[in-house]
Every structure is written in C-alpha cells, then in structure tokens.
Design a protein around this ligand. Structure first.
Ligand SMILES: CC(C)(COP(=O)(O)OP(=O)(O)OC[C@H]1O[C@@H](n2cnc3c(N)ncnc32)[C@H](O)[C@@H]1OP(=O)(O)O)[C@@H](O)C(=O)NCCC(=O)NCCS
Length: 212
C-alpha cells in the first residue's frame, strides 16, 4: 500500500483545534435504545480501564491484544491512559449496567509521525457486543482520523477474528494479508474518498446526540 509521507497538523485540515478533539464528550443512542457516553481517556481512568480489561472474556482480550493476555502491564496501562501525543487518542465508553454506570468499551487510534496511516484498535465488553457499539466507535474514529488529516485507517486483526472482519467489511474496510505474521490480517480504509452518510461535523452534533 502506498502511504504518502506527511500528515497535516492535527485538526488543522478542518480548522478544528486539536484540543477540541481531545476534550469532547458525546452521548449516543444505540439502535436498541441504550444510551452510551464516549469520551477521551485520562490518567484517572487507569483503575477503571484495568478492571474493564480483566472483566473481558479470554477470547475478547485475545482478539483485542492479538494474543493471550490477562490484564494490562503497568507500562501498557500508562501508555493507554496517557495517549496525548500529536495524532493520538484513546476513547472510553460508558453505559448503564443496572443502577451503575460502567466502562463498556475502549478504542485507540494513533498516527505515527510523518505518516498518514491512522492505526486503530478497539474492544467492546462481551455483554454489550452486537448492539452497534463497534460500528459507532469505528465511525467515531474514522471521523476523528479524517479531522486529523489521516489518509488511511488501518488495524491488525487476528485472521480468526470473524467479528472484527465482519465489522470492518460492513464499515467499508478492505481486508489484506497475511503479510509478515501468518496469524494476522490488516484492515484498511482509504479515507481519500468522501465519507458516506452524514459529514463528521454533523454526525457528532444534534440531532444524533442526546442529552447526557
Ligand atoms: C469486534 C468488536 C469490536 C465488534 O463490536 P460490536 O459492538 O459487537 O459490533 P457491532 O454490534 O457494531 O456489529 C457490527 C457488525 O459487525 C459484524 N459482527 C459483529 N460481531 C460479529 C460476530 N460475533 N460474528 C460475525 N460478525 C460480527 C456484523 O456484521 C455486525 O452487523 P450485524 O449485527 O448487523 O450483523 C467486538 O466483537 C469486540 O470487542 N471483539 C474483541 C476485540 C476485537 O476483536 N478487537 C478488534 C481487534 S483490535
């Protein structure tokens, strides 16, 4: 795949300051009616993120981390909760579970320096899978990647991960590989074509958002 070698400064492509991309909190309603809140992670979320990861099923964790993992290492926890560099973002999602509000999904994206490839990874906790949250997060990340000036949205996925392959295909990604690692395929979406559906700015403002 050809990747152009530079990326515009974050947010500037659409005149939207990077700070706004980092601090925005959005509330959405899933197709089944459940409300979910999406916001950027902060260092204070470390314990919550670790608890979220521990509560995932082994299969969901394996698919998320491309191998057997029981919890985040301190280094990885630090990295995920401090993703504040240029072109980096980590999102967490909360939903109502009984009377409580719980972390139910997470997603990260990162554009390496001098690259237009925005790498993504995400997970949805088992009980919330197949409710449209993965679709919402992918769409959210695609919009943010476009706003950050990325050309490609890419992710490494286990070849056996039918859920992610299905989600990616539905969201317009191509599936490539395996390349170096026979266990993995790459999902790729070329963002040079205009987004389908609502433009990003409209997608993340009323009327699709609902009150918190
Ligand atoms: C992949 C994942 C994020 C999907 O999230 P989700 O919230 O369940 O996805 P959605 O509900 O938006 O599903 C959208 C589409 O994806 C496909 N899909 C989702 N789960 C599927 C499954 N278990 N089997 C086959 N297709 C599946 C379907 O086409 C689905 O559309 P449909 O429900 O109308 O048939 C979730 O299964 C997950 O967290 N998996 C573990 C982590 C992971 O694999 N991360 C990716 C690598 S980093």
């Amino acid at each position: 795949m050809n990747s152009p070698s530079s990326v515009e400064p974050p947010g500037l492509a659409f005149g939207w300051p990077d700070d706004k991309l980092r601090t925005q909190t959005d509330v959405f309603r899933l197709p089944g009616g459940e409300s979910v809140m999406v916001r950027v992670i902060s260092p204070q979320d470390a314990d919550g993120l670790q608890a979220y990861m521990r509560n995932l099923s082994g299969l969901t964790r394996r698919n998320r981390f491309l191998g057997a993992v029981s919890e985040l290492t301190p280094k990885e926890l630090e990295r995920l909760t401090h993703m504040g560099g240029p072109g980096e973002l980590a999102l967490i999602v909360f939903g109502r579970v009984g009377a409580e509000t719980a972390m139910i999904a997470e997603a990260i994206q990162a554009i390496a320096p001098q690259s237009q490839r925005c790498e993504i990874a995400l997970s949805v906790t088992d009980a919330w899978q197949r409710k449209g949250l993965g679709t919402l997060l992918l769409s959210h990340m695609e919009c943010r990647a476009r706003l950050l000036g990325a050309r490609y949205l890419v992710g490494d996925v286990l070849r056996t991960n039918d859920a992610m392959k299905g989600l990616a295909r539905k969201a317009g990604f191509a599936i490539r590989g395996p390349f170096k690692d026979a266990r993995l395929i790459e999902i790729v979406k070329d963002l040079s074509s205009p987004p389908t559906g609502l433009p990003c700015r409209e997608q993340f403002s009323a009327p699709q958002l609902i009150a918190a």
